[in-house]
Write a protein that binds this ligand. Sequence first.
Ligand code: UT7
Length: 329
Amino acid sequence: MFKGIPAEIAGIGIFIPEKILSNADLEKIVDTSDEWITTRTGIKERRIAPDDMATSDMMKRAADIAIERSGINPDDIQLVIGCTATPDMPFPSTACLVQHKLGLQNAAAFDLQAGCSGFLYGLTIASQFIASGAVKAVLVLGGETLSRIQNWEDRSTCVLFGDGAGAAVIAPAKEGSGILNFSISADGAFADALKVPAGGSLMPATEETVKNHMHAVHMDGRDVFRQAVTKMPEAALKALEELGMTVEDIDHFIPHQANIRIIESVGKRLGIPEEKTIVNLQKYGNTSCASLPIALCEAVESGRIKKGDTILLTAIGAGLAWGSIILKW
Ligand code: UT7
């Protein structure tokens, strides 16, 4: 339950790579079809980052916009949280790389790993640093270059993911706005359901691991699907109930953009009408940590989300780690 100084998103920005990889393009690479991908996932196309861009570069571009829109002096940003499953490298943290690119000399920086729930976890942590009064402003980054960790021979995963980045500046809320509550959870019993098996201390890189695509995404899609459609509604209801709110109080529902069937099932379980649900996965696929900020930012830019609207965010990803945030824009 949120306690302390209320925190808000003071500015948000995104970076979307220009290059489009359509379902028709994928039909030429792997044994799949536009029909299968569209009906089973809702995805029509995804973006691919240029070869000379890494996750930190996309995060930096998104952050430039977020900081400018926030009106906050960059010197007041005292913490950078990098949320990504595709860091530039195992260490140093991608957050440190972005901190340097942005010249945020007063900011501490670290990465957090919560799979596709990274941005939601990051917003939660940032809100607590604001709530305690420890810092003036936090920059939360959510970015992915998932195209770099695909096995392009595995049709069950490579059609799902895309590249992109988002960034948000979190600061003390102005009257009536801000993060109202959050709920975050995890269960490592499902660690094998979604992972990149090699490249860490358990299975260091060898010629064999590279040959066997062990540095790419491995997923038991059905298992993740089953957990997603129960755990996201649970987290949403917990966050709402603690506030004494119901789904009726929600103006916009922004779920993690992984699969249209998951989104529809979660919406149905919660009783949220389709017209309140924000969906953009047809354009970008699953961008993991960039998914929520891209959907939120586009909805704000288009005028769909207006000042004072109440928004429900939910996500689930590798870990498994999942959660919900309720905020007033
Ligand atoms: O962001 C983190 C969270 N991740 C997710 O939320 C992903 C959750 N899972 C899913 O979205 C779905 O499980 C998938 C989209 C990954 C898969 O959909 P599914 O309806 O669960 O399909 P399935 O894995 O049960 O596969 C059904 C069939 C299989 O063929 P057989 O065994 O029935 O002959 C697959 O081999 O579809 C086949 N298949 C494909 N066919 C054409 C799997 N991928 C493809 C493909 N094109 N790309």
